[in-house]
Ligand binder design. Structure first.
Ligand code: NI
Ligand code: MN
Length: 231
């Protein structure tokens, strides 16, 4: 048992949940400059895929992986409709506030304050984060791309999470100072930062972020692309 997260840079993670593989926001080489050597749409395995929204830096390799692996694509209605129209065989549409029991655990689609347009300009619906309650009891919050929002307090009031994966890049999403507040809102025991250093406007110092979280009594694990963390 156990939940292991491997980071591929930007917002791309692969979750190993007791042998089930879930890829989150697949964005690999050559488009993702942080993608570790050897990680491409041709090499990543997946049983499930979670897409937080339709922007290219989150769905660039989604179709290729979905077509090759036949994984079940989980996202909002508009994103999965777009994926299915282009050849993804297995999709599961959700919408904000809804939860569903998947084989790996219960996934709740939560508010993200951002935008969501597909790479071809069609509607990507509303962006979302996800709170996953894995079968072993581990709770992980993937914030997706989002501003700091008071809605995050609902996650904390519902019991909090073991790990919050939060964007800290600023410019397109919340920055480090707001992410520290977000970590408190969701009552995270630990934060893994993402969505930084990929492009010049989102360069950040994750060590400063770690120090600020420590002042609030919250652990931080900064993963370099290719590194993994077992919760
Ligand atoms: Ni985005
Ligand atoms: Mn993004």
């Amino acid at each position: 048992m156990g939940v292991k997260l491997t980071y591929y840079g930007h917002s791309t993670f692969v979750i190993d949940a007791d042998g089930t593989t879930i890829v989150v926001d697949p964005f690999f080489a050559p488009n993702n400059p942080l993608s570790p050597a050897g990680a491409t749409a041709e090499t990543i395995d997946a049983d499930f895929m979670l897409l937080t929204h339709g922007h290219g830096d989150h769905v660039a390799d989604a179709l290729a992986i979905a077509k090759r692996t036949g994984c079940l694509v989980i996202s909002n209605f508009e994103v999965v409709t777009w994926m299915a129209a282009q050849g993804a065989a297995n999709v599961h549409g959700m919408n904000t506030g809804g939860a569903y029991n998947f084989p790996f655990g219960r996934l709740k689609s939560v508010v993200a304050l951002h935008s969501s347009t597909m790479p071809d300009g069609s509607s990507g619906g509303h962006p979302n984060g996800a709170v996953i309650n894995f079968n072993d009891g581990t709770d992980v919050y993937f914030a997706g791309d989002t501003a700091l929002t008071y809605d995050m307090r609902l996650i904390g009031e519902a019991g909090g999470v073991d790990v919050a994966v939060l964007p800290i890049g600023d410019n397109f999403t919340m920055g480090p100072d707001d992410a520290v507040i977000a970590a408190g809102f969701v009552k995270a025991k630990r934060v893994i930062p993402c969505h930084f250093d990929t492009f010049p406007p989102i360069r950040q110092n994750p060590d400063d972020f770690t120090r600020k979280l420590a002042e609030e009594g919250i652990e931080c694990t900064v993963l370099r692309p290719g590194e993994e963390f077992e919760i």
